[in-house]
Design a binder for this molecule. Structure first.
Ligand code: TRP
Length: 332
């Protein structure tokens, strides 16, 4: 994806402290992409509101993700990094798109259906705890995508349907009001496979098995030492593909190092304690530089505010132009 005539945009929801799974699946590819081409990249704080009702928490997660992206090498010349809520036109477009979005489309959203299923399974009212922010989440996301004339939207597989909805909504709009929006396309990142957490299940905040990316060194070590393993003795040969330790190592090492580590698993003679130490040292050597920069930025949030304000200033003119066009089409 290095065609600079295409507008690339993606949003990151600030709902938790970023962990290894986020890094491998989403953040690392975005950082790599920012070296190659202009990308609108915003912190989707409005989207986190349907879940988090604590301003300080949203603000903290917004800083954490911004600092993390920058510390890991985001190219700020190419990446237009901003806070979703800083662009007033997003609220406006969201309101207008409500009127061209069929209710039935929202009923079909995976995220809303999953929330209803959870309620049904728990014997609760089908809409218990579901607010309109969750129900209309895909409309706000369509507004994000269409506001910046996006052609390409890199997202995880779980967000594909939302990008398709944005495309549907743009299509409806164009049919009703004439050509106004480009039709965006989702681009699903390469399949990174499952990133296992401490207990071997998928790494996820909801399983409480994550390894935070920017944890202080001694916490990182403690977490890695806590990875659950089987009970093979050091002498026994081990299958690297069944080991959480190896699966995590793969994302932080070169091909040659990966091959060598796999060989050490198979050969036998390496206990899990040693393997964990090797993993820790490898990960720590990759992350210690970014961690220092991350800590510096988190202690200087004024600097982050300035970077986000600069991003908003670069994004806003596009938003203003689109809103003017949409208003003209709908309201004359
Ligand atoms: N919904 C996305 C997620 O949960 C975040 C997001 C919000 C987004 N707006 C977007 C992604 C626009 C791509 C484009 O991960």
């Amino acid at each position: 994806m290095t065609d600079n005539s295409k507008v690339v945009l993606t949003g990151i929801k600030p709902t938790g402290t970023p962990h290894f799974g986020n890094y491998v699946g989403a953040l690392q590819p975005l950082i790599a992409q920012s070296q190659l081409q202009k990308t609108f990249m915003f912190i989707a704080d409005l989207h986190s509101l349907n879940l988090i009702h604590d301003a300080a928490e949203i603000k903290r997660h917004t800083y954490e993700i911004s600092a993390l992206l920058i510390a890991l090498g985001l190219n700020l010349d190419n990446a237009v990094l901003f806070r979703q809520s800083d662009i007033p036109e997003i609220y406006q477009l969201n309101t207008l798109l409500m009127n061209v979005t069929p209710k039935g489309l929202m009923n079909r959203a995976h995220s809303y259906k999953a929330a209803m299923d959870k309620n049904t399974d728990a014997g609760l009212d089908i809409d218990a705890g579901i607010n309109m922010g969750l129900y209309t989440y895909p409309i706000l996301m369509a507004a994000d995508i269409l506001l910046y004339n996006s052609d390409i939207v890199p997202v995880g597989a779980d967000q594909k349907q939302h990008v398709e909805f944005a495309r549907d909504i743009a299509g409806h709009f164009n049919t009703m009001y004439g050509e106004t929006f480009k039709l965006p396309e989702p681009v699903i990142g390469r399949d990174t496979g499952l990133i296992p957490g401490l207990d071997g299940r998928k790494m996820s905040k909801s399983y409480d098995n994550t390894i935070p990316l920017m944890a202080p060194e001694k916490d990182l070590k403690k977490k890695i030492m806590r990875i659950i393993t089987d009970s093979k003795t050091p002498e026994e040969s081990k299958n690297p593909d069944e080991s959480t330790i190896f699966q995590l190592y793969k994302h932080f090492a070169t091909d040659a190092e990966i091959a060598e580590f796999a060989q050490m698993f198979r050969a036998g003679g390496m206990g899990y304690g040693t393997a964990k130490t090797i993993l820790f040292e490898r990960v720590n050597s990759v992350l210690s530089g970014p961690r220092a920069e991350y800590e510096r930025l988190m202690a200087n949030t004024d600097e982050l505010d300035a970077i986000l304000a600069d991003g908003a200033a670069r994004a806003r003119p596009v938003a203003i132009e689109t809103m003017a066009r949409v208003k003209r089409a709908m309201l004359g």
